[in-house]
Design a protein around this ligand. Structure first.
Ligand SMILES: [Zn+2]
Length: 360
């Protein structure tokens, strides 16, 4: 004969103390209680329904969830939240243990990258896909460090999380620095045990530990919805580019200035660059150059420094080189001299999402 669900209700007190013990490791305000039911228990539940019929209208687990939830709510400052709880408390009726799922913490900020050669996010080795092989010297990675990993190394332990993912508003080339106002991003901290770290101190930690490589500013807690908003945002970019002219002839400064004037306000037709063709659809994009000016010019060295402000999605290296005619017009075509970007810095990401709307 079946007890009332094998004495599930008599065990409420036991479940409550198990839940409180599991929760003691976590910092949280809101929570939700759920139940994991084994196949066996489901069967019992069905049986009980059959025996008790319609009079037993309350499914057992809903009742237990409610009871345990009510008791946790008696703890100071804890509230049940069915929409976006900090934690989900799972009563595993099969193993008789309590599992805690901690929902991610999201932090908005802007990052700076002072050193070239660092990708934005982890980049697994193409040959072994992260397992480690001779090609990657058994690191499993194409690059030893990334902006994501550097921030994670500094902060993951503060939040006592399991992993950290950086969602960027676009990304600069690995060999480009990110300067000026920095690039907007949202950090997703998975399974955190702490969720109210002082972000001014967190900022300082990142900036001190990675001083010569990266920095962060403007850190603030945001809602999850900020990630999609940031990913879909179109941001104009301002670049500083070092250009080398590949000619033995003299390149005249006024000719370069004229070419830049012609690019100012021009609509560029850009076929997917050869260097990214393997991972982007081959199509012609139309993007505008807002401003283009000469910063410095060294005739003897065949070099110039320029500053350009462009629409989101315009490939700047190809705007200079022309990419064998795939980008039109280009500095190369206007000047009639082969030109190559030797160094690229992003000075500004013009991002107009009201972050305040997503503040926690
Ligand atoms: Zn490898």
């Amino acid at each position: 004969m079946l007890g009332v669900c094998n004495g599930l209700f008599e065990k409420t007190d036991l479940w409550v103390s198990k839940a409180l013990e599991a929760l003691s490791d976590y910092e949280f305000d809101s929570f939700l209680v759920g139940t994991k039911v084994s196949g066996l228990l489901l069967e019992n539940e069905d049986l009980l329904w059959e025996i008790a019929g319609a009079s037993y209208a309350e499914p057992l687990k809903a009742e237990l969830n409610r009871e345990v939830g009510k008791r946790i709510e008696r703890e100071p400052g804890k509230i049940a939240d069915f929409e976006t709880p900090d934690l989900v408390v799972i009563l595993n009726l099969w193993t008789e243990t309590v599992e805690v799922q901690s929902n991610a913490v999201f932090i908005y900020g802007r990052y700076l990258k002072f050193k070239r050669g660092i990708p934005q996010t982890r980049w697994f080795c193409r040959a072994c896909r992260g397992r480690g092989c001779e090609r990657c010297d058994f690191t499993g990675k194409m690059y030893l460090e990334s902006v994501e990993e550097l921030i994670s190394d500094s902060l993951l332990n503060e939040f006592k999380g399991t992993d950290m993912v950086l969602h960027g508003s676009g990304r600069e080339d690995i060999d480009a620095r990110m300067l000026g106002s920095g690039r907007p991003f949202v950090l997703e901290i998975k399974e955190p045990k702490r969720r109210t770290v002082d972000l001014r101190i967190a900022e300082e930690t990142v900036n001190t530990e990675n001083a010569d490589k990266i920095g962060v500013t403007d850190l603030q807690y945001v809602k999850k919805g900020m990630v999609a908003k940031l990913k879909n945002a179109k941001a104009d970019k301002t670049y500083q580019v070092n250009v080398e002219f590949q000619t033995t002839d003299t390149v005249r400064e006024d000719a370069v200035k004229n070419a830049l004037d012609a690019l100012c306000g021009a609509m560029i037709e850009q076929q997917t660059p050869t260097r990214v063709a393997h991972r982007r659809a081959d199509l012609v994009r139309k993007r505008k150059v807002a401003t283009a000016q000469l910063v410095s010019f060294t005739a003897e060295a065949h070099r110039a420094v320029m500053e350009l402000k462009c629409d989101a999605g315009l490939y700047i290296k190809e705007l200079i080189s022309g990419d064998k005619g795939r980008t039109k017009p280009s500095l190369n075509a206007l000047l009639g001299v082969e030109a190559e970007v030797t160094e690229l810095d992003v000075l500004d990401v013009d991002f107009d999402i009201p972050v305040a709307d997503f503040k926690l």
